[in-house]
Design a protein around this ligand. Structure first.
Ligand code: SF4
Ligand code: F3S
Ligand code: FES
Length: 254
């Protein structure tokens, strides 16, 4: 087994501020960045705060930024970096710091709560509806989400604009609205819930200008922009220019 010394630069601090601190840490063959962060904790920085759980890319806990790019620490192999490169590890920039590499991601849970749940269709019992394969595929793709919030972290709408957070749910939750709006059995409309209107007016779909950065960083390779955000935008526009909807709105306004 070969080993080498890597140069790490890790953000250390808390809500009062902090700075990048340099470390030299041993690396073994086949390791990921989280292994090295754990060795750093074990040998030089026992108080270094880092959030992790599964070490298998499934819990979504170890999100951070490596050389400025949002990534999972446990799924980033050391072999993608050259041995003489300084590897900078910083907390997710879009969320408030708790300590060191740990951020407060409660913004995301608040946004999740704003989206009404799936509404089961009245009168359709279990086994009474046959889903089309494309509807199954779409739901399965979106449900691969591990809620790492890397897409939320990278989206420029909130990354550098704290003021937009109130009116923008972010790609992960706009994808959730899209999933429900395109679900063939969702009976939200009959229950008086207009998912397309709320996507636009409450969850800030219009802020998204399809930069696709969210899709690029998603560790589950979900095609967030192409399969969720763009179709949702199209559905909002279809609704807006539907002549029956226009007529209904015009009559209601009188
Ligand atoms: Fe993470 Fe992808 Fe889910 Fe966004 S959509 S939270 S990047 S798994
Ligand atoms: Fe943001 Fe993704 Fe749209 S990064 S701008 S939500 S395509
Ligand atoms: Fe679970 Fe990295 S520790 S995704």
């Amino acid at each position: 087994m070969s080993t080498y010394d890597a140069r790490f630069r890790v953000w250390r601090g808390d809500t009062d501020g902090g700075e990048l601190t340099d470390y030299t840490v041993e690396v073994h063959d086949g390791e990921v960045v989280l292994d090295v962060v754990h060795r750093l904790q074990a040998t030089q920085a026992p108080d270094l705060a880092v959030r992790w759980n599964c070490k298998a890319g499934k819990c979504g806990s170890c999100s951070a930024e490596i050389n400025g790019r949002p990534r999972l620490l446990c799924m980033t192999r050391m072999s993608v970096f050259s041995r003489d490169e300084v590897i900078t590890v910083t907390p997710m920039r879009a969320f408030p710091i708790v300590r060191d590499l740990v951020t407060d991601v409660s913004f995301n849970y608040a946004k999740a709560r704003e989206i009404p749940a799936f509404v089961p269709p009245p009168g359709v019992g279990p086994g009474e509806y046959r889903m089309r394969q494309e509807d199954v595929d779409r739901s399965q793709e979106f449900r691969k989400c591990i809620e790492c919030f890397l897409c939320q972290d990278t989206c420029h709408v909130v990354r550098d604009h704290e003021e937009n957070k109130e009116s923008f749910a972010g790609p992960r939750f706009l994808m959730r609205v899209a999933e429900l709006d395109m679900h063939p059995l969702d009976a939200a409309e009959e229950a008086g819930i207009d998912r397309r209107r709320s996507a636009q007016e409450e969850h800030g779909l219009g802020y998204c200008n399809i930069t696709k950065c969210c899709t690029e960083v998603c560790p589950e390779s979900i095609r967030i922009t192409d399969n969720a955000l763009i179709p949702l935008k199209e559905r909002v526009v279809d609704r807006k220019y539907d002549p029956l909807v226009w007529l209904g709105n015009t009559i209601r306004r009188r």
